[in-house]
Design a protein around this ligand. Structure first.
Ligand code: SAH
Ligand code: SF4
Ligand code: F3S
Length: 452
């Protein structure tokens, strides 16, 4: 393509699903920017819309087709002059179905093929009917990431690991994201440095199984996550580190001790356990028992006493009895979570658990209700216990209302502070004055107050 072909185009990206999709959406915009695409907030005046989709539960998939219905109307209003691309996990899993149910879609691109977008768009311009690319190419996606990433802000996300080899009975991720692959450490560190130069003070490393990270180090050796985090901590100007999502089986001692030894690693960990019943954990193919989770939590809290935990739970997996569910409730009450996500089991096509006899919907509803009530109680209690405490927060920008600024705590809570200037990127001590279910209010302390 020469410079005269590079006319200005408007790109609108819609993102569903996990943080990895958020990261990928930003990378797609980065890839298309040199081609003249600038991003816009609405599909109304876009020349191209990318819908980056999630396949994790049935509802996520339904959302794709209902959104596509709206885009079809818009495309017709524009006389067909709007390219529609479906990317992400639904594209990977249901590529053929999309082209049948939504023939107005121009491009279907799986999560491993984003770097080929420019070429695929050119093909779509030449071709009648949809262009589909859902191959798992032999070359690594991570080898093709652009190095012109637009800054994400004070809190930034960085993908370091893709895919999953664990094949939990309920989950589509191994099918949509392919085999586990880790990005070389040098490439992670280079991107982290660029992020910090662009204003990032906190970086969360992302992967579907981020703690299974085993990337090639600059020394030619394989680095685990603890090693990578230690190296990240050396980056000047980077103040806070997190990583998500982790599997209990990959929580090795080196990583547990990083929570004691790495001062920049935040005392908050998302560690999905899914169930407290050994029978259901086995049926889920999680390959560990409830006791192993308890043991890991014990070691983590020993390493970092102020560590707060978050988790994911599924209720109503095939085979789950009242006694199994009671075991989950026991584990929740015993462990204590600062935050947790809980879902009704949703049968996903092609996964082993979908072929088993299913639990009735009303039973799933009742279990979810009971579990969420307890998790909400724990979250409220965790937040309330911080009232009156002094703690450092990272300021992230303007607040929702004039005179307020936004920050986040060590434990990922949004913190609202009354203050006239934004202090963006700075870390200061505040005193927590009030807790809400999903946020905290605080006042900024002066140096004298902190000294006292
Ligand atoms: N890699 C992460 C999970 C990614 S999916 C891990 O192993 O923990 C995020 C969460 O969605 C899962 O932890 C699980 O709780 C939930 N989930 C996945 N598949 C689901 C399904 N079929 N039905 C309901 N919830 C599901
Ligand atoms: Fe899905 Fe299990 Fe892999 Fe997590 S570990 S992505 S739940 S298969
Ligand atoms: Fe959804 Fe794919 Fe993420 S299924 S949760 S977008 S990996």
């Amino acid at each position: 393509m020469n410079a005269t072909d590079r006319k200005l185009r408007k790109l609108h990206v819609v993102t569903h699903g996990c943080q990895m999709n958020v990261y990928d959406s930003a990378r797609m915009a980065d890839i298309l920017r040199p081609l003249g695409y600038t991003t816009v907030d609405s599909p109304d005046d876009a020349d191209m819309v990318i819908m980056n989709t999630c396949h994790i539960r049935e509802r996520a998939e339904e959302k794709v087709f209902s959104n596509l219905g709206r885009l079809r109307v818009l495309k017709e209003e524009k006389g067909g002059e709007m390219m529609i691309a479906v990317t992400g996990c639904v594209a990977q899993a249901e590529g053929e179905l999309i082209t049948r149910r939504a023939p107005f879609v121009d491009l279907v691109v799986g999560p491993q093929a984003y770097h080929r977008l420019p070429e695929l768009i050119a093909q779509a311009h030449r071709k009648q009917g949809a262009v589909i690319d859902t191959e798992f190419p032999a070359e690594q996606k991570f080898d093709h990431l652009p190095d012109n990433a637009a800054p994400q802000g004070v809190v930034s996300f960085l993908s370091i690991q893709e895919g999953c080899d664990k094949f939990c009975s309920f989950c589509v991720v191994p099918y949509t994201r392919g085999a586990e692959a880790s990005r070389p450490a040098a490439s992670v560190l280079a991107e982290a440095r660029r992020m910090v130069a662009g204003g990032a003070r906190e970086i969360a490393l992302l992967g579907q199984n981020v703690n299974a990270y085993h990337g090639e180090g600059p020394d030619g050796k394989t680095w685990g996550l603890a090693r990578l985090l230690a190296e990240m901590a050396e980056i000047e100007g980077l103040e806070r580190l997190r990583y998500t999502t982790s599997h209990p089986n990959d929580m090795d001692d080196a990583l547990i001790l990083a929570h004691r030894d790495n001062a920049k690693l935040m005392p908050f960990l998302h560690l999905p356990v899914q169930s407290g019943s050994d029978k259901i954990l086995a049926a889920m193919n999680r390959k560990h028992k409830a006791e192993a989770f308890r043991r890991i939590v014990g070691k983590l809290r020993e390493a970092r006493p102020d560590l707060a935990l978050s988790s994911d739970f599924i209720v109503g997996h095939p085979g789950e009895t009242d006694a199994d569910f009671a075991a989950t409730m026991d584990l929740v009450r015993e462990t204590g979570f600062a935050l947790a996500y809980s879902f009704k089991y949703s049968p996903r096509p092609g996964t082993p658990a979908a072929a088993l006899p299913q639990i009735a919907e009303d039973i799933k509803d009742a279990r979810l209700y009971e579990l969420q009530a307890e998790l909400r109680r724990q979250q409220n209690a965790f937040n309330a216990a911080l009232v009156g405490q002094t703690t450092p927060v990272l300021f992230t920008g303007a607040g929702r209302h004039p005179g307020q600024i936004a920050a986040r705590s060590l434990w990922l809570q949004p913190v609202v502070v009354e203050h006239p200037t934004a202090l963006t990127g700075e870390i200061h001590q505040v005193k927590i004055t009030h807790s809400n279910p999903n946020s905290l209010l605080a006042t900024l302390l002066s140096k004298e107050q902190i000294a006292a």
